[in-house]
Design a protein around this ligand. Structure first.
Ligand SMILES: Cc1cc2nc3c(=O)[nH]c(=O)nc-3n(C[C@H](O)[C@H](O)[C@H](O)COP(=O)(O)OP(=O)(O)OC[C@H]3O[C@@H](n4cnc5c(N)ncnc54)[C@H](O)[C@@H]3O)c2cc1C
Length: 395
């Protein structure tokens, strides 16, 4: 594993840092420090387009699809500088980090040429339609159905069902949706991975209000929603493999940017403890030190995970990574409130106007749920990393 960077890579760092600093102290000053959640949709859209226009949106993708063909080291550097500059959580995340890599791995050439460049330019936003009211951890229970129908203009999928917890669906132009396409099939078999336009009469999005006061995720209803026959990724009926591929990309380079923003959060807590004197409390000091150690461990695990992924292997770090960072950040949220004291329980204004630390506390409650709950992560570690017998399953 290589932990240092070459002179050429450091020049790349200076270029990226220069651009980010210029934007975030200039035209996008208002977006500095915004987390993943939290309103400002139009400005975030503008930010996606600015990244795209300057060629900083999807730097790891091949140039033919709007990327820069950046090396892993360059992607790591950009992720670090992105977070160091306080650049905002990305509205384009689902397209950039999840669908894009999925199409590169499983898509047809026509799908890549149609869908990747608008993502890279920040022009089309995506959402992920996996979860349903009765299919979350047990994702193989999805019931949304898609049937191929002959039309004059060519065959089309007709899709019916309900998706839930669909983050950013209200802003999305397209959704990647896991559907059952084989009548009577059960479990992992007979599912397909469809790309569906959100701009059609058959799609209704209903925001779900969260305890932060905002609504980042939604119920998404599909009633005779339509998409062209060729908008299936991978083979029809083989969508489970593609869906699992997408989930594995959640452990990509963006994890390093995520860590830098965690470091910013920890620094804010330390500053607050210095300001209110709690820095002298032995228990708070212990917890701050523990948080720092966790952050360092996360960094080394992520670098090890990324370098083994580059070599085509999935390391055991990859299995433990999600549960580690999610549990760490949940504890950080509690520490933030303990350091803030009663002030942490008072909202300064309307939704999304909470200070960073109360938002950190509330947002971190979801970290051990999305992208696979901690219980599910433990099952994965038991089965795949430790080789224990599989949990009994009904289907
Ligand atoms: C902030 C946020 C954003 C999200 N965004 C999206 C999105 O964009 N698109 C999308 O499709 N989904 C999204 N989700 C949904 C997310 O993927 C699910 O919440 C998650 O998979 C858990 O499913 P569930 O909520 O149905 O809980 P359930 O699966 O019903 O689980 C309930 C509890 O039972 C436990 N449990 C379940 N099965 C087992 C088992 N076999 N062994 C041990 N314990 C078990 C779980 O760990 C959990 O504690 C989001 C969720 C959150 C919180």
């Amino acid at each position: 594993m290589k932990l240092g960077f070459t002179a050429k890579e450091e020049r790349f760092r200076a270029e990226a840092a220069g651009w980010l600093q210029g934007q975030l102290s200039g035209p996008f000053r208002d977006l500095r420090g915004l987390l993943m959640q939290g309103g400002h949709a139009q400005r975030r859209r503008d930010w996606e387009r600015a990244l795209g226009a300057a060629g900083w949106s999807c730097i790891g993708w091949p140039e033919a699809y709007g990327g820069r063909g950046a090396t892993l080291a360059e992607q790591v550097i950009f992720a670090e500088e992105y977070a160091r500059a306080g650049a905002p959580g990305r509205l384009g995340y689902m397209g950039v980090e999840l669908l894009g890599p999925t199409l590169l791995a499983f898509g047809t050439e026509a799908q890549r040429r149609r869908f990747l460049p608008p993502i890279a330019r920040g022009e089309e936003l995506w959402c992920q339609g996996y979860s349903e009211p009765n299919a979350g951890s047990d994702l193989a229970s999805v019931r949304t159905r898609a049937v191929l129908e002959e039309r004059a203009a060519g065959p089309e999928w007709v899709v019916n069902g309900q998706k839930t917890w669909t983050s950013f669906a209200q802003f999305a132009d397209w959704a990647f949706v896991l559907c059952r396409t084989e009548e009577g099939s059960r479990g992992h078999r007979g599912l397909s991975y469809l790309l569906i336009s959100m701009h059609q009469p058959g799609v209704t999005v209903r925001p779900i209000r969260q305890m932060t006061g905002g609504a980042d995720f939604n119920d998404t209803f599909l009633v005779d929603a339509r998409t062209a026959a060729e908008n299936v990724v991978g083979a029809t009926g083989d969508g489970w493999k593609v869906a699992m591929g997408t989930l594995s990309f959640e452990r990509g380079v963006s994890t390093l940017a995520q860590q830098m923003s965690f470091a910013n959060e920890l620094r804010t807590i330390v500053s607050m403890a210095e300001a209110n004197g709690l820095i002298h409390d032995p228990q708070i000091r212990q917890r701050l030190a523990h948080a720092h150690i966790g952050l360092r461990l996360m960094r080394y695990s992520a670098l090890r995970m990324l370098s083994s992924a580059e070599a085509g292997k999935l390391s055991n770090e990859a299995y433990t990574y999600k549960i580690f960072w999610a549990s760490w950040r949940k504890k950080l949220g509690v520490l933030a409130l303990d350091v803030l004291g009663p002030q942490g329980e008072i909202a300064a204004g309307a939704s999304y106007e909470w200070e960073l630390l109360p938002r950190l506390f509330l947002g971190s409650r979801a970290d051990t749920i999305y992208g696979g709950t901690s219980q599910i992560q433990r099952n994965i570690i038991a089965e795949r990393a430790l080789g224990l017998p599989r949990e009994s399953r009904s289907s």
